[in-house]
Design a protein around this ligand. Sequence first.
Ligand SMILES: [Zn+2]
Length: 141
Amino acid sequence: MDAAPRSFDELPTDPVIGVPVPFAAGTEAGASVRTLDVRRVTQCALSRTCGVCGATLGRPLAFVGTPRELDRMAFHVPACHVDCAERLLASYADVADPVLGLDAPPAEWLLVTTASFEFVRPTKDDVDRRPVFEPLIPAVP
Ligand SMILES: [Zn+2]
């Protein structure tokens, strides 16, 4: 696959909202934080790389998501380094609109850590065709 990992400070900036665009949302100039890029999400899942910086993951893993995602234990943003997840949350603190295709604005997002996850692809019967990440126990809010 393409797109080398880069440090948080080198991430592209969303042209409209002015916040860093995580690896999982796109890596091209002009990439947007409105939605995730399914190709990148899948790449992160299969290569076990960070959804923010694109580098290889260690443990623990962090997931950033909305309260509803936490209730379902099904996240859409790929697993991240804990540092990357914290920096993403800090960068998005003042963003009022839902971004990355999630169902709540960043002020409501949570960070959970876990040791591993399962990657679940949608089936043709699913209304929501986005793949999800299910953290494996223990997930710690
Ligand atoms: Zn990272």
